[in-house]
Design a protein around this ligand. Structure first.
Ligand code: FAD
Ligand code: NAI
Length: 469
């Protein structure tokens, strides 16, 4: 490898990096992918999307068996939790999938270089392996895809045992009796749901006045109601200023967000989930003069090139939502542009999904943002309680909400709280990619009985002509 000149060296083997490497190789570029953690797939496959979804699925089945199967006339003698098996299943899914990525790199003739990369200068990547060895890769172009890490909270030092980030919360050996989650965002609600279903008393402390801030306001309100009914406790407008661990648990100091009298809470486990920040430590970006903003987010132009020619960046370490599918889109388009093709990602149309049950899914504009921009819109809503498949399945919480521009009926935003919301949002994304209208969805034949019919009914409701409500 020492004398080889690569067309592209990608630093980071997550969904941004490995996808970019494969696409670059497909386009004929000689490519290497440098990854330090010992397995490919990044945060997403190792400690993010996949293990969390495995535990969400297992815990949902456990709660369903314990609390709801009897409603179907399915009577089980006793439902017991075997957490070690649940964790083992999750770990196997992770290792199978990360191994699958290694196979894909091989298949596409991408060199997988194990170790931590840094950039001494444009055109070179130095790789330090865990056994102390180093090597230098020479390359025409470098793509930084080093992802993100949990944002620390001052006064609340994580130890991944009692005070954990999502990584520790995916690997607890017992359900804590009491768990406090700091931050009612995506991680807080997903992992809070997992442990609540497995028997923990979960309190979620949120700085703002709502759960899932940034989502459509009506969805936030209804989601909070549904999750409260499931047993999650919420303390909104509150901040944790300190957490101290001892042998018996953790003591938290909690204050009103705007200041005021503090109170103390006890918990066995505290999950800190107040957001993520780019991870670029050790790359040598400052020395190179790569421009970043004050949060460490690498600034790139429309072709994903940083301020240093020949050095590109994608995924969680550049602006935009920190989502695996967004990182993948970045990776594909960046590789295509490097190979002389054109391409772009419409960042307004990146769907966001929260994999609780019911799920929350959204794409495009919220009602609040349309109001703020003075755009005239019409709203169509349809509740899952009026959808026959949702009723047959016993999944009647939630609704579909479509926002369409008044003057031309163009769909501007779709927000769903409900069963399989994360899958049925794909229809809305496709319609919006084509610049479609609510009428296009309303006139599309949807299979019956399906939860997707709620999307069609919401589209009909934009024009005041829903049939089933
Ligand atoms: P990453 O996946 O973080 O990959 C970066 C890789 O680079 C890492 O493997 C790291 O080890 C490596 N690296 C870093 N520095 C170096 C270096 N100097 N040299 C070599 N290697 C290096 N997103 C979704 O879309 N859906 C979900 O359901 C979802 N669930 C999530 C659940 C959790 C608990 C978490 C934490 C995140 C979740 N995400 C989800 C977000 C998603 O994981 C990220 O958006 C995505 O992984 C970003 O991809 P990336 O390639 O930019 O970075
Ligand atoms: P988040 O940004 O979704 O939520 C953080 C929450 O913490 C916000 O509600 C915020 O107001 C609150 N907060 C911030 N500071 C606080 C404080 N001091 N005290 C109390 N609350 C505070 O971040 P989260 O949940 O950590 O997830 C990080 C990112 O990971 C997400 O933004 C998303 O990009 C990605 N992710 C995506 C998933 C998915 O797509 N299903 C699942 C999990 C993570």
């Amino acid at each position: 490898m020492a004398d080889k000149l690569y067309d592209l060296v990608v630093i980071g083997g997550g969904p941004g990096g490995y996808v970019a490497a494969i696409r670059a190789a497909q386009l004929g570029m000689t490519t290497a992918c440098v990854e330090g953690r010992g397995s490919l797939g990044g945060t997403c496959l190792n400690v993010g999307c996949i293990p969390s979804k495995a535990l969400l699925q297992s815990s949902e089945l456990f709660a369903e068996a314990r609390d709801h199967l009897k409603d179907h006339g399915v009577v089980l003698p006793k439902v017991e939790l075997d957490l070690a098996t649940m964790m083992g299943r999750k770990n196997k899914i992770v290792s199978d999938l990360t191994g699958g990525i290694e196979f894909l790199l091989k298949k596409n003739k991408v060199d997988y270089v194990k170790g931590w990369g840094s950039i001494p200068r444009a055109g070179e990547v130095a790789v330090a392996s865990d056994d102390g060895g180093t090597q230098t890769l020479k390359t025409q172009k470098i793509l930084i895809a080093t992802g993100s890490e949990s944002t620390p909270l001052p006064g609340v030092a994580t130890d991944e045992k009692q005070i954990v980030t999502s990584t520790g919360a995916l690997d607890l050996s017992d359900p804590p009796k009491k768990m406090v989650v700091i931050g009612a965002g995506v991680i807080g609600l997903e992992l809070g749901s997992v442990w609540s279903r497995l028997g923990s008393e979960v309190t979620v402390i949120e700085f703002l006045d709502r759960v899932l801030p940034g989502m459509d306001g009506e969805i936030c309100k209804q989601a909070k109601r549904v999750f409260s009914k499931q047993g999650l406790k919420f303390k909104l407008n509150s901040k944790v200023t300190q957490a101290t661990a001892d042998d018996a648990g953790v003591t938290l100091t909690v204050e009103p967000a705007k200041g005021g009298a503090a109170e103390e809470l006890r918990a066995d486990i505290v999950l800190v989930s107040i957001g993520r920040r780019p991870f670029t430590v050790g790359l040598g970006l400052q020395e190179l003069g790569v421009v970043m903003d004050n949060r460490g987010v690498i600034q790139v132009d429309a072709s994903y090139q940083t301020s240093v020619p020949g050095i590109y960046a994608i995924g969680d370490c550049v602006p935009g939502p920190m989502l695996a599918h967004k990182a993948e889109e970045d990776g594909v388009v960046a590789a295509e542009i490097m190979a002389g093709q054109s391409g772009h990602v419409d960042y307004n149309l990146v769907p966001g999904v929260v994999y609780t049950w019911p799920e929350v899914a959204a794409v495009g504009r919220t009602e609040e943002s349309l109001k703020a921009d003075g755009i005239d819109y019409r709203v169509g809503k349809f509740p899952f309680s009026a959808n026959s498949r949702a009723r047959a399945n016993g999944d009647t919480d939630g609704f579909v909400k479509i926002l369409a521009e008044t003057r031309n009926d163009r769909v501007l935003g779709v927000h769903i709280l409900g069963p399989l919301a994360g899958d049925i949002i794909a229809e809305a994304v496709t319609v919006m990619e084509f610049g479609g209208c609510a009428e296009d969805i309303a006139r599309t034949c949807h299979a019956h009985p399906g939860v997707g019919e709620a999307v069609k009914e919401a589209a009909l409701a934009v024009d005041g002509r829903a049939i089933h409500i």
